[in-house]
Design a protein around this ligand. Sequence first.
Ligand code: PMV
Length: 329
Amino acid sequence: MVTASAPGKVYCFGEHAVVYGEPAIPCAIDRRARVTVTERADSALRISADDLSLEGFTVAYDGGPEDRPNVDAPESLLDAAMGYVRESIAQVRDLLDRPEAGFDVEIHSEIPLGAGLGSSAAVTVAAITAAAVECGHDPDPAIVADRAFQVEHSVQDGEASRADTFCSAMGGAVRVEGEDCRRLEDVPTLEFVVGYDGGAGDTGALVRGVRADRDRYDSIRETIDTIGAVVREGQAALEAGDRDAIGRCMDVNHGLLSALGVSARSLDAMVWAARDGGARGAKLTGAGGGGCIVALGDGPVRRALEFSTACEQAFATAIDRDGVRVEQR
Ligand code: PMV
């Protein structure tokens, strides 16, 4: 039996534009998915999970789609989570050339599903690592990142960048531009507050919507290019440890994401509540449509968010320098 954990992430800068080859800087946070894998004597795959949202709900799932668990969670989210685990195991069977390997997989996650915090990437990275280690193979995190990207690419019908999976595998702040993925080493310890509206966005539909607008409007193509410029300015601000400039770039990035049409009333309300609470900057994180915002700030920002009717939960978090790790073997 092996347990591995991997962090969720927030986007400091660059979601959506990263899909078109612009750089993005996601940052691992100290909320983790933990996956325990036990090899079975047969070739079956049994998956069980709990706490797949901040509120937590319990799932017992041990079969195909016909055997749906009885849980209080949107069907598509739950099916998606199970899809990531099935594909992760397929990657491990391929990596180790063990097509018949069977596993019991147990998921515990502190990261809300589909809310822009990289829950699926964290579950995928932890599952691949735990299953490989359980089979006696210690995979390099870069290999795990690549295999986890293949999982997201296949589950999300090709609409995925390497950002979430690379960040979760490596930890810290990372820069992703196309195939070029690396860690940023000189980033200060940043304190973030995350505001969560209790909902979720449909990443695939949001990415397809931006793509359709980009095909039609020069202004949307230029907005995407401008997000790339903000990411480069944001990287310089991060490496200089200039918190005011980091916050300013986050604010500008949120405005540009609104221009792409991926924000939501609840996300805008939380961004403004965070700014009213003294945040140096605030933006939506991830695909948008609903889910989470990230603000640069601490206690007063969290309290301001808790007073916002748009916000269901707010929590303080910080950069997690650790990526995937084996917790128990
Ligand atoms: O909502 P998340 O955490 O899955 O982030 C999606 C980020 C996008 O740039 C919109 C898509 C991607 O794969 O990079």
